[in-house]
Design a protein around this ligand. Sequence first.
Ligand SMILES: Nc1ncnc2c1ncn2[C@@H]1O[C@H](COP(=O)(O)OP(=O)(O)OP(=O)(O)O)[C@@H](O)[C@H]1O
Ligand SMILES: [Mg+2]
Length: 437
Amino acid sequence: MTVAKQRISLGYTARGQFRDFHMRQQRWACLVAHRRAGKTVACIADLVDHALRCPKPSPRFAYVAPYFVQAKDVAWSYLKRFTAPIPGVQFNEAELRVDLPGDRRIRLYGADNYDRMRGLYLDGVILDEYADMPPAAWGEVIRPALSDRQGWGVFIGTPKGRNTFWEVWARAQNDPEWFSAMLKASQTGLLPQTELDAIAAELTPEQYSQEMECSFEAAILGAYYGKELAQAEAAGRIRSVPVDPILPVHTAWDLGISDSTAIWFFQVGREGPRVVDHYEASGFGLPHYAEVLKSKGYTYGTEYLPHDAQARELGTGRTLQETLRQLTGRHPRILPASNVMDGINAGRMTMAQSWFDEERCKDGLEALRQYRADYDEKAKTFRDRPKHDWTSHSADAWRYLSMAWRAMTPPKPKPKPLSSWDRAFGEVEDTDSWRVA
Ligand SMILES: Nc1ncnc2c1ncn2[C@@H]1O[C@H](COP(=O)(O)OP(=O)(O)OP(=O)(O)O)[C@@H](O)[C@H]1O
Ligand SMILES: [Mg+2]
């Protein structure tokens, strides 16, 4: 980095992975990066650069760590190192503040004492390890401090479950006012494989996905599929999965005519289900969904419907199965009624063998990630049943997929002890043994 006009080297060379971040034009930024990626160094360098370039009078910039002692232990030495070459620089050790010529200041804070920042004005702020900060620090104090001068804000860190950092990340990805980037250890190449292996040996697979692969899944309390999805992600099974023109595309449906209907589209390869697409909508009748299937242009196999699709509807006197058959010209199959918890177990086993198309299944995967046990606030325990919310429809359809695809695998050569799935649903030899109404 050089100081504009004076061309003083500050001794910082941005790592390639952080260049886009330094060049960002947006007011807001969210950067999710693995441990030891160089987040703190990049933040401090970014602040120094902005402080030197800011055209406004008396610019003020802040770096916030979760704890003041952290700011002192880690960031302070970087800040001093990068500003030391600037003529006229002054360090205030007690306040962790650097004063640069032209009344330009950079100061370090801890979110453990965010009240200290009340009443300030700021031109830019970086919140490092935002996942560990109390949400009120931003909303109550830091955000208002940016208003006077239309200052900018950066949220940076390593994930810690679906907390407020995740919310910022989720928002940043789809908002043009935000810069967003995720740096996973498997992609950055910043740490050698031997080092990654050594780190992996110290952590559970879930922790490793969180710390090094930027997974937000690890800590969703009560999540049914967190571990399986994290494993699928780590194993590279969530990726681009092309639709194989040789294989039929089957669909598994959760039907909610008055609310949401969710549909998973899948093919069954030797390696397991290839989940190629997902669709969910609400407030439509079956003709809409039949039209969606048609518009996707796949060559369809079988539609799998839940047990209640056999019930006759008031009004038409027909079953949903019959209506869908009329609309598609194909014969949908009805899955046997099943216990939800057994279905979730089947869902987990299926997930362990499934490949997902990252783009087309994005929303469905999000629902599966967040599908979780209902929490009893009074007893402070999880109930033995899922929480009913927006995730339920895709999660139910996933249970149906899990029942359906197993029926398509070839019969096992050797007899085996009955699994809990088989005990729950009956042992299935082939597709013909399914009850077809
Ligand atoms: N641009 C750079 N050039 C050279 N070394 C760097 C650079 N960025 C970071 N490093 C070095 O990499 C190491 C990790 O940097 P840093 O502390 O910024 O990472 P981090 O992502 O904040 O880590 P943590 O997850 O532990 O907070 C440090 O030893 C630091 O000096
Ligand atoms: Mg750091």
